[in-house]
Write a protein that binds this ligand. Structure first.
Ligand SMILES: Cc1ncc(COP(=O)(O)O)c(C=O)c1O
Length: 389
């Protein structure tokens, strides 16, 4: 029987015990009662990567706490993207934005008119739905296909949704919550459809640095296609290095979208955090070793979760993600109704993300955050199993 003790402990995921984590004041650790194990929002239970910590400590030592400028961040990201994905976007064309969500809103506001129809795959990251409606863009839900091998992009369905009169497509790749990573062929097909139906593509690649070895992340903008040249991509170090609270992301235009991204207003960029810029720049230039150690630990966790679920909750259908630390669990066979996370919380005292908030295909599902120690992954599965007794 696999147990968490057999997992290599020398990863960033095992640095803190529960008492230390409960002293954190971020939303993951403050939302629920102290007896609840939080496995929900996409925060990592890791220490700050040492090169990033050094950059922040140096800034504090200098009293360097003024307003942000993009500075060397665009160049740092271009170098990272070149080394990792063989894609070298032009730093001069990038714009600093506070975070990926606000960058998506800016991009869609630039490339569409009020009342526009924006296609979003479901299940989908919940803020996509309410942020877009808030700025007067209507979400068109385009479900992914689901089969025995897990989820995949349903190109026929996407075509029907484009053909019905879509203005833009908010592509999330790698995908939250399913962890799928689109292949170059799938991306080329998306670009072909976008050209045929004149749909602008805005791409959320926030999870790209967290792609596991068996998959390869292909930036949409790196394709040789008109839709890629007209795309705007949002990139950030915030998921892979757990910097969400520091606030910095980049809007990266394809060649034909440079003038649109150039119109992102100064005051939008000014909403970014100076520490976010400093930390992200350091992540992209010197954070590679730490990221590799993190990925090794997450890789072990995603396999451990499969073993533990097979032992303790064999009715749950789980296909390990090919990127990122979120596991999308099909709990429909457990008989816990549309929102199994609610039962896990109430009876098991473990907080997963609620499936239905990801759109209608999320009914009966829950999202599990693997970005913690193997011990806590095991504890969470025990709490889930206890829900059923
Ligand atoms: C797919 C996706 N996009 C955007 C975000 C939010 O990113 P930010 O905090 O930079 O707005 C998340 C957060 O988990 C995410 O998973």
């Amino acid at each position: 029987m696999t147990s968490w003790e057999s997992i290599d402990a020398d990863t960033p995921l095992t640095a803190y015990d529960l008492d230390e984590l409960r002293r954190r004041r971020s939303v993951k650790w403050r939302e629920y009662e102290p007896d609840v194990l939080p496995m929900w929002v996409a925060e990592l239970d890791t220490p700050t990567a040492p090169p990033i910590a050094a950059a922040l400590i140096e800034a504090v030592r200098l009293g360097d706490t003024g307003y942000p400028v993009a500075g060397r961040l665009p160049e740092a990201f271009a170098g990272f993207a070149d080394r990792r994905y063989g894609w070298r976007p032009d730093p001069a064309a990038m714009r600093l934005v506070p975070d990926v969500m606000s960058g998506i809103v800016e991009a869609l506001t630039l490339v569409t008119e009020p009342g526009a129809r924006v296609v979003v795959n479901t299940p989908g990251y919940p803020p996509f739905f309410y942020w877009l409606e808030r700025v007067g863009r209507h979400v068109v839900e385009s479900p992914l296909a689901f089969g025995p091998d897990g989820f995949r992009l349903d190109l026929d369905r996407l075509e029907r949704d484009f053909a019905a009169g879509a203005d833009a497509y908010l592509l999330c790749n790698p995908h939250n919550p399913t962890g799928i990573v689109l292949t170059p062929d799938e991306l080329a097909a998306v670009a072909g459809l976008a050209d045929r139906y004149d749909v602008r593509v805005v791409v959320d690649e926030i999870h790209a640095p967290l792609t596991y070895p068996e998959a390869t992340h292909t930036p949409f903008a790196s394709l040789d296609a008109t839709a890629a040249a007209r795309s705007i991509t949002l990139c950030s170090a915030s998921k892979a290095w757990n910097l969400a609270g520091l606030k910095a992301a980049l809007a990266v235009p394809g060649e034909a979208a440079r003038s649109e991204v150039a119109r992102i207003h100064e005051e939008v960029s000014a909403g970014a955090g100076h520490f976010g810029v400093l930390a992200s720049e350091r992540a992209f230039t010197e954070g590679g070793e730490w990221l590799s150690a993190l990925l090794a630990g997450l890789d072990a966790n995603r396999l451990l979760l499969g073993t533990l679920l097979a032992e303790r909750l064999p009715e749950v259908v789980y296909v390990p993600p090919r990127a990122t630390y979120l596991a999308w669990l099909d709990c429909r066979a457990l008989g816990l109704g549309d929102d199994p996370a609610e039962a896990f919380l109430r009876r098991g005292r473990v907080a997963l993300s609620s499936g239905p908030t990801f759109g209608p295909p999320g009914r009966g599902f829950a999202r599990f955050n693997l970005g913690t120690s193997p011990e806590r992954v095991a504890d969470a599965v025990e709490r889930m199993a206890a829900t059923l007794t």
